[in-house]
Design a protein around this ligand. Sequence first.
Ligand code: C2E
Ligand code: CA
Ligand code: CA
Ligand code: CA
Length: 282
Amino acid sequence: AKAAGRRTFTRYDDAMDVSVRQRATISGALRKVIDRGELHLAYQPRLALQPSRITGVEALLRWTSEEHGEIPPSEFIPLAEESGQILEIGEWVLREACLTLHRWRQHGLANLNIAVNMSVLQLLRGNFPEVVQRILADTGVPASALELELTESVLMANAAQTAGKLQAFREIGVSLAIDDFGTGYSSLAYLKRLPITTIKIDKEFIGDLSRDPDDAAITSTVITMAHSLGLNVVAEGVETQAQLQFLRAQGCDEIQGFWLSRPLDAHACLAFIRQWGPARAG
Ligand code: C2E
Ligand code: CA
Ligand code: CA
Ligand code: CA
């Protein structure tokens, strides 16, 4: 554990002063990632609190570069967005996530759902709803089992365009979540206009729940507000029993975070869900 800790520290330390040249090399390496099979997905389970059951997983992208080692998504996703490669990568993520989910659903986890992060470029791209529909059809995953996550900042920055775009996804039947909620100063009126189904409270608020009364107040207000709008509320970054108890008392619908499980590879995640007591049909 000590060695792993040191390695992680070095990695993030390196990430902090990514020079222009490094960025260029990483972009270059990024060009071939899909062909080389350097991408894979980690899956983090999501737990409903009442009654307690695993509802699904969030797919999180991982890149292990032959040249640069493991590169965190916070570092390479912005580069892939700048270059437009996120379109191809995002499509790979969606297909891979749906293939995994389909396999799991066939192995007795018939009610399991999957959440996939979506970049702004994907959202604004004209034919993305068709791409999603095609991947669902190809992989045999029902639209109702897929949730697309968009960050609040993305939705706010493109407010004029997003509402209409989102509607196209709702018509297909997929769910839509606002990710990192609380960081982008959304107004209630604005939220009401968006055809979303879920709010994910940013882990920044959850992490400080027991120390910072403001974060506790914000969290319970968001839960109440979201429920009054008929939205499902997920708290992300739940790491402690105390945070879980607070969220349960406030009526939060679902939680995600290290308290339940870290993101796992597909094999380990399936084993985890089975052992927990799965989202079986019915
Ligand atoms: P996110 O969507 O907010 O994902 C949650 C992040 O929090 C993940 O980091 C996850 O590993 C981490 N996390 C989960 N539980 C805990 C916890 O209890 N405590 C703490 N401190 N952290 C926790 P990760 O995997 O490094 O991903 C970072 C971000 O990269 C994601 O944030 C998301 O915005 C982006 N990302 C990841 N995969 C994709 C993808 O396929 N497409 C796009 N467009 N973005 C992605
Ligand atoms: Ca997310
Ligand atoms: Ca988030
Ligand atoms: Ca705080």
